[in-house]
Design a protein around this ligand. Structure first.
Ligand code: HEC
Ligand code: HEC
Length: 506
């Protein structure tokens, strides 16, 4: 009787696991994290069936085993390539976890490429972790040692140790790709550094399985070929024409395609030590998203003349523009923002995004002119600050303005009164002015208002994503990720100057 039950049970297991294996069902958790693949269940149960049954059933089980063998042989690469296997039957003891965690800290986790475990080690660009088992509990009020360590490994960007940049990769993401269990052992190892090891199971803050599919659609950061990436940087995309990197000779007089001008650009020697890869990638894909201060291009008009150059300084009252003359000689010009010429604004939308800081409108109902600093804007209104007081003006109550430029280069701005073949009449500061069409060089240009703006753009070309192949781009990013040239002195200096900047700001 019991023999029959065993036979039937093993038959059921065999059939279920065969179907599950073919259908690629997720593994069945027998212990909380011990996942035994369906192929293993199937293999064991088939052997049992071959032993237990006779004749027909024996043959059937054997035939299935052969089929399985071929299917398994074909899929053997993904089945066996996960490093997780090593940890699968690790006993849940402090000793085993700490030992495994140490191996991962120095191995697959690559933690030791950034972190030291030696209190006397010189302060580098990543914190020393020799006391982390105690220190972790003091980092954030109300956050326990273990919770802090969970956050540090899964979501390192959430809390940055003061003085350090956001460069630690979430260790569950490629290329490090630690599993939940591996992270658990590393946490045990970290707790062991001066603290008590707590092996209680916890719910990871990130569901690695589903998060990883999102990650995979990003370019495979850091997975590229660093040496090839360097060639893309120097010869392919010629980034080196503008950006210096210590140790690479910057070719003099290099020319770029399509008349792109070589300009001064930030030194990238240690770009990866203080910036996240996401920022670096965005700098290339969307150079205008965040412009490093002191490097943006700007065009402004003052007294009818246009000045184009690099915006090297800016505060509430003035700007400094570095201008290159025809002979290549550079000079700096400081301009008061109030000296900039107002330009006609065609549409009263997204004014701030377009760089407007001053605006003049004429209200349609009372005909009053309102001019001042652009304080705010929403879909219906513009809010103008006039001598410290704000005025809210409905966009629908703004009169259209016309601008005419005559052949002497004079700009006449007013509301349009009338217009015919021979003349245009504008209301300028309360007086009608008639302009002969023969005198008009340009215009009338209609606008809803006048504004002064500073529009700053990046001089870095924005077409690299089109020019570079996906492989070039990922190799280039891998190369940039290797640019962590910060020596101890430069880190100390950066820290000191950041502290100075903070002091100065106070
Ligand atoms: C690319 C360098 C880098 C790698 C690789 C790296 N870290 Fe970090 N880690 C940092 C930096 C920088 C900080 C400080 C900024 C922050 O809090 O994120 C940090 C902070 C930490 C902290 C908080 C330290 C404190 O004093 O509060 C812990 C814990 C930590 N890392 C653990 C790990 C573990 C475990 C690994 C490997 C699985 C690892 N790190 C891999 C750079 C790295
Ligand atoms: C025509 C000159 C020029 C070329 C060519 C150029 N850049 Fe830039 N790049 C700049 C300037 C100017 C800035 C600073 C303004 C800004 O933030 O956009 C900058 C900013 C950056 C930044 C952000 C730097 C920081 O300190 O935050 C990165 C990263 C960068 N470039 C990478 C590249 C890479 C990679 C290439 C080649 C694919 C490249 N650049 C080609 C001019 C250039």
């Amino acid at each position: 009787m019991s023999n029959t039950i065993t036979k039937i049970a093993s038959l059921v297991v065999m059939i279920v696991s065969f179907i599950a294996y073919v259908a690629k069902a997720p593994a069945f958790p027998i212990a909380s994290e011990n996942l035994l693949p369906w192929s293993t269940w199937f293999f064991i149960s088939t052997i049992a069936n071959i032993i237990l049954w006779q004749r027909v059933m024996k043959l059937l089980a054997f035939a299935l085993l052969v089929i399985w063998f071929y299917a398994f042989a074909a899929s053997i690469v993904p089945e066996t390539s996960t490093a997780r296997v090593i940890l699968d039957d690790i006993p849940r003891t402090e000793e085993a976890f700490v030992e495994a965690g140490e191996a991962i800290f120095n191995g697959k986790g690559k933690c030791n490429t950034c972190h030291t475990l030696d209190p006397s080690a010189p302060k580098g660009r990543c914190p020393d972790l020799s006391d982390i088992g105690v220190l972790a509990g003091t980092r954030q009020p109300g956050v326990s040692t273990k919770d802090y360590l969970i956050e540090s490994t899964y979501e390192p960007h959430k809390f940055l140790v003061p003085g350090y940049g956001n460069i630690m990769p979430p260790v569950w993401k490629p290329p490090i790709s630690l599993t939940e269990l591996e992270i658990e052992t590393v946490i045990a190892f970290l707790q062991f550094q001066g603290g008590e090891v707590d092996l209680t199971k916890f719910e990871p803050p990130v569901d690695i399985g589903s998060a990883i599919t999102e990650v995979e659609v990003l370019p495979p950061l850091l997975l590229g070929d660093v040496e090839r990436g360097k060639r893309v940087f120097v010869d392919g995309a010629k980034c080196i024409a503008c950006h210096a990197v210590a140790g690479i000779e910057q070719p003099a007089g290099q020319t770029l395609d399509d008349g792109v001008e070589v300009v001064a650009a930030p030194d990238l020697t240690d770009i990866a030590s203080l910036n996240s890869m996401r920022y670096i990638e965005e700098s290339i894909v969307k150079p205008n998203a965040l412009i490093v201060s002191g490097y943006g291009s700007v065009t402004v008009k003052t007294n009818g003349a246009s000045i184009q150059g690099t915006l090297t300084f800016q505060d509430e009252e003035k700007i400094t523009v570095r201008v290159k003359d025809a002979g290549g000689i550079e000079t700096e010009q400081t301009l008061l923002l109030s000296e900039l010429d107002p330009e006609p604004i065609e549409e009263l939308t997204n004014l701030k995004d377009q760089g407007y800081f001053w605006i003049e409108v004429n209200t349609a109902d009372t005909g009053t002119k309102v001019r001042g600093d652009l304080a705010d804007e929403d879909a219906e209104n513009v809010i103008i600050s006039v001598d410290g007081e704000t005025q809210t003006i409905s966009k629908s109550n703004v009169q259209v303005q016309a601008t005419i430029i005559d052949f002497d280069g004079n700009e006449i701005v007013g509301e349009l009164v009338s217009e015919n073949e021979d003349e245009v009449t504008l209301m300028v500061d309360g007086e009608e002015q008639v302009i002969d069409t023969f005198d008009i060089d340009e215009g009338p240009i209609y606008g809803r208002a006048l504004g002064k703006r500073l529009s700053v753009t990046s001089p870095m070309p924005d077409n690299f994503p089109l020019l570079l192949s996906v492989a070039d781009m990922s190799d280039l990013l891998a190369y940039l990720a290797s640019l962590t040239g910060a020596t101890e002195e430069t880190v100390a200096e950066a820290g000191a100057s950041a502290a100075e900047a903070e002091d100065a700001a106070e």
